[in-house]
Design a protein around this ligand. Structure first.
Ligand code: SAH
Length: 395
């Protein structure tokens, strides 16, 4: 019989329903199954604590499917988990051209599995050995649960390497998605490149935060840093921004942004796109004494290991300091970090340090986080990766 036995005292996190078993917590493994297959996890005293997916290549050596020893981990199990996850998003699913996250990995009890829905297509990422192992059952369950034109896989995220998995991109069921899919977010339309875009094509996690931008933008001069395909930028334009400068290091992203401006019949004459590094742009604007009323900072993840946390904090501080220097008194900064390893409190401290260095004072008007279709399980706080602050500069 296969099984993982933990070291004495290392059952604590599992008793709190945390789903990860790190290699350092394991005393012994008997008859390990093939990667991704199910293995029971025992305490040092021989009590069954969980049924988990075995992932020999990863430091996260197993991820829990169930804390009940009697659960059968089979196709029905996945259908049930996915049904529950999808029911949570019924309000978002009701909009035919809507886009939302249907399955958010650990938070929905399916570690490593992401499923996003864009209009009539489902885009999946199998990011753990366990979710990869159950791919066929998961695809069959999705077909049964969500009417769609096609299911497409974008398992090309780097973290698959840590699980010993190759990158994979493929049509899993139905039609292949078109080069650009049109979705609707509130009253705006966006073209999404689900085949080549970042993540599964769009930053769905920022949906609610984009709405926070609108009331700030009437007649405003707006600088949209790390603009991607215009998620925040279009919202600013529609809310009446006098001018909008989008900055991104990806030319393709800015080209798609232009198409999105046109699709919504927004005034392209107010838009300037800068294909450059945002740090450089902010420094240049500072030298030129160019000021803005609103600045959005939504950078990519600066930190993917604890060893780099300090360096990442310096990066966040620098970019926030530069942005604050470029804001008029009374102007607003909408600033984010999507680094899961950077805690919310620490992010706030970094932004506060940036204000000190910039010689400015600000008020936090709102604390922001990922949209509710990216929920966070109480037992898995690591799932809260996106944090943001809406700061008004008072002087
Ligand atoms: N705010 C966007 C998502 C931003 S994702 C939305 O709501 O859709 C981060 C973006 O930053 C990516 O488009 C990436 O191309 C860009 N990027 C990464 N490093 C950059 C840098 N140093 N300067 C400018 N853009 C950068």
């Amino acid at each position: 019989m296969s099984g993982i036995t933990l070291k004495p005292g290392r059952e604590k996190s599992l008793l709190r329903r945390h789903p990860w078993i790190f290699s350092g917590a394991i005393e012994s493994v008997t008859a390990p199954p093939e990667p991704g297959a199910t293995i029971p996890v025992y305490s040092h005293k021989g009590q069954v604590l969980a049924l988990a997916a075995w992932s020999p290549a990863s430091q996260i050596r197993a991820r829990v499917w169930s804390f009940a020893a009697s659960t059968r981990i089979d196709a029905d199990f996945f259908q049930q988990r996915l049904r529950t996850a999808i029911a949570l998003r019924n309000n978002l699913l009701a909009q035919p051209q809507g886009a939302c996250r249907l399955v958010n990995a650990e938070a929905d009890g399916v570690p490593g599995l992401i499923v996003d829905r864009y209009a009539g297509f489902l885009i999946c990422q199998f990011l753990s050995a366990g979710s990869d192992y159950w791919r066929d059952a998961i695809v069959a369950a999705l077909q049964a649960l969500v009417p769609c034109r096609g299911i497409y896989e974008r398992s090309d995220a780097d973290i698959r390497q840590k699980e010993g998995l190759e990158p994979l991109i493929a049509t899993l069921a139905g039609e292949a998605p078109p080069a650009l899919l049109e979705i609707r977010e509130a009253d705006l339309r966006y073209l999404v490149d689900v085949q080549h875009g970042h993540k599964t094509g769009f930053y769905l996690d920022q949906r609610d935060n984009r709405l926070q931008l609108a009331p700030l933008c009437h007649e405003a001069e707006v600088l949209n840093g790390f603009a991607y395909s215009g998620g925040f930028g279009l919202r600013a334009l529609q809310a009446g921004a006098r001018s909008l400068v989008n900055v991104d290091s990806s030319e393709q992203a800015l080209a798609l942004l232009d198409q999105n401006v046109e699709l919504n019949q927004l005034d392209a004459g107010r838009v300037t796109n800068l294909h450059e590094d945002m740090f450089t742009t902010l420094r240049r604007f500072h030298e030129e004494k160019r000021k803005f009323d609103v600045i959005v900072l939504d950078p990519p993840k600066f930190v993917d290991s604890k060893a780099h946390l300090e360096r990442a904090c310096r990066g966040y501080k620098d970019i926030n300091r530069l942005a604050m220097l470029n804001l008029r008194p009374g102007g607003c900064l909408l600033t984010f970090s999507c680094s899961g390893l950077l805690a919310t409190d620490l992010f706030q401290k970094v932004v506060a340090d940036a204000a000190v260095d910039a010689g400015r004072n600000g008020l936090i008007l709102r604390q922001l986080q990922q949209a509710s279709d990216h929920p966070v399980a109480l037992s898995f706080p690591e799932g809260r990766y996106l944090k943001g602050l809406l700061v008004k500069m008072v002087d």
